[in-house]
Design a binder for this molecule. Structure first.
Ligand code: B12
Ligand code: SF4
Length: 470
């Protein structure tokens, strides 16, 4: 706890299930670190890891990514008998015991239904507590005619609905509440379903101003990766691309990166804490090649013996020499979201890469001694059998260079370009997984079949069981 508190208020941040169980969720971690540095008493409740540890073994599979759809489907979710009223009562009691003025939920598509249930109960037990919702599932679907619409009507369950980056907006709310100022017209949030005002907040341009995450908010030994001295890090926010199925740019708006020096500081701190591997949660590691090069130089110079890995974009500038340097700096794996081996489909996705570039980068990465993981999307609207075959050929012929694959059928994220412009992509949209092309040739069944074939191939090729979301 902070010794000299600036504000009297107590704030708690809540991560409800389901989310990753390997490492602490960085959303609430960043927020708690930031507001506690601003001298506000803060606590994190990670009910996701708590519930994962509590449930019986056969229920633990529900945390696998392939089951994430069950957590966001109200009907399926209601069948989870282990989410009993006793459990919710216990969780709400834990929160109330801390006596917070504000309870802040981090909402993802997988945690939204649980968060709604718990927040309703807290409101019932103590209506004076302010409920705040933020996180990647918080966006406004429609603000036309000043009517706010959200998926699951989330704005109705919270006093404040925060859209996008949370640190500055949350701090402003806390200050205004504490100082009894007007709560209306705060950029980045919708207050009490107020439909007359919404303005996006300017992103934090200098990420070096954010404090390095304080993981003492968590019981680290609970997380599966930490047992192997592994933690996660975030060195940038946003992405330099705008793939039509992705919402990254909608969430983060502008791509920004921490300076190489600032990232090095975190590496040094984690080294002192006994961490031996850092996994980057960044959407991409190579959004700023200059900065990445500087970081590698610093890691080599300082002889930081921490290995690391993360996602990267296929990029011609990832030369053999550059990749060798990354390897020398400790990079053990790179995860490339190639998505399709058909240049035609890549163009439609707005990936701004070609199949040839993908082949080249994959081979060079492996030759440089870095493991390659590739992600694939099955069933993009105009994907023909031939396009699909090209993807199968890719994972077959490049097998010696690819360690692992992950696959998902195209899930249409609300707020993505493809969801906003269904006609441009020739689709009829009835839900994230439930969509078909106008001619119905590409439908849920076809995609599931192709995904099955893909999985069959990966097994034949002795890939590790593919991580799949179908
Ligand atoms: C790493 C990652 C994972 C890891 C998480 C491991 C871990 N412990 O960190 C793993 C692999 C487990 C994972 C899995 C999944 N993920 Co994921 N993941 C990410 C990724 C790339 C980074 C997450 C992160 O650390 N971000 C950094 C933190 C700081 O950002 P943040 O959490 O968004 O928080 C900020 C704001 O949102 C806001 N905020 C967040 N919470 C709150 C709360 C309040 C009160 C306030 C005020 C603000 C606020 O402020 C924060 C700081 O600015 C994001 C994409 C991205 N670039 O963010 C996707 C993302 C979070 N994942 C997503 C999805 C869909 C999934 C899966 C469902 C995919 C699947 N089917 O396999 C699963 C679900 C997990 C499960 N088992 O149930 C989506 C979520 C979309 C949505 N609408 O919810 C994202 C956004 C990707 C995308 N663009 O579609 N994921
Ligand atoms: S490169 Fe990845 S994170 Fe960036 S827009 Fe495309 S899918 Fe999203």
């Amino acid at each position: 706890m902070i010794k000299s508190l600036l504000y009297k208020m107590k704030i708690c941040l809540v991560q409800c299930p389901a989310f990753g169980i390997d490492a602490p969720p960085l959303g609430v971690a960043f927020l708690a670190t930031y507001i506690s540095k601003n001298k506000i008493e803060t606590k994190i409740f990670d009910f996701n890891i708590d519930l994962y540890q509590k449930v019986e073994k056969h229920h633990k599979t529900l945390w696998e990514p392939s089951n994430s759809i069950l957590w966001s489907d109200p009907e399926k979710f209601s069948e989870f008998k282990f989410i009993s009223s006793k459990l919710l009562d216990d969780y709400s009691a834990k929160i109330l015991q801390f006596e917070p003025e504000m309870v802040c939920f981090s909402i993802h598509s997988t945690s939204v239904l649980f968060s709604i249930k718990l927040s309703k109960l807290i409101r019932k037990k103590d209506p004076s507590i302010k409920i705040i919702f933020g996180g990647p599932q918080c966006f406004i679907k429609n603000n036309r005619n000043r009517v706010v619409k959200t998926e699951y009507d989330i704005h109705k369950y919270a006093d404040f609905l925060i859209i996008g980056e949370g640190e500055e907006t949350l701090l402003e709310i806390i200050k205004r509440v504490e100082e009894k100022n007007d709560l209306k017209r705060i950029p980045g949030c919708v207050y009490e379903c107020d439909t007359s005002y919404f303005k996006y907040r300017t992103p934090i341009m200098d990420l070096d101003n954010l404090p390095i995450i304080d993981f003492s908010f968590f019981k680290l030994e609970k997380y599966t990766d930490y047992k192997h001295h592994k933690l996660r890090i975030l060195s940038s926010r946003g992405c330099v691309s705008k793939c039509v199925f992705c919402t990254d740019t909608m969430i983060w708006m502008k791509y920004r990166t921490r300076s190489a020096k600032n990232i090095l500081e975190e590496f040094k701190q984690r080294k002192k804490e006994g961490v031996i591997f850092l996994e980057f949660n960044d959407s991409l590691l190579n959004g700023d090649m200059n900065n990445l090069s500087k970081l590698c130089n610093l890691l080599i110079k300082d002889n930081i013996s921490i290995n690391w890995g993360g996602s990267a974009r296929i990029d011609e500038r990832l030369s053999y020499k550059f990749l060798k340097k990354m390897r020398k700096a400790g990079c053990l794996y790179l995860n490339y979201g190639i998505e399709s081996a058909s240049t035609k489909i890549l163009k439609k996705m707005n990936k701004n890469i070609t199949t040839f570039e993908a082949i080249k980068t994959v081979i060079l990465t492996r030759l440089a001694g870095i493991k390659v993981v590739t992600n694939w999307i099955i069933g993009f609207p105009e994907e023909t059998r031939l396009d699909f075959l090209k993807t199968l050929f890719f994972i077959t012929f490049l097998r010696p260079f690819i360690s692992d694959v992950s696959v998902a059928t195209l899930f249409i994220n609300p707020h993505s370009l493809i969801e906003k412009q269904p006609l441009r992509f020739g689709i009829v949209y009835n839900g994230c997984a439930n969509w078909h092309t106008i001619d119905k040739k590409n439908n849920q069944d076809i995609r599931a079949k192709r995904a099955k074939i893909f999985v069959f191939f990966t097994k034949m090729l002795f890939y590790k069981a593919p991580y799949k979301t179908i």
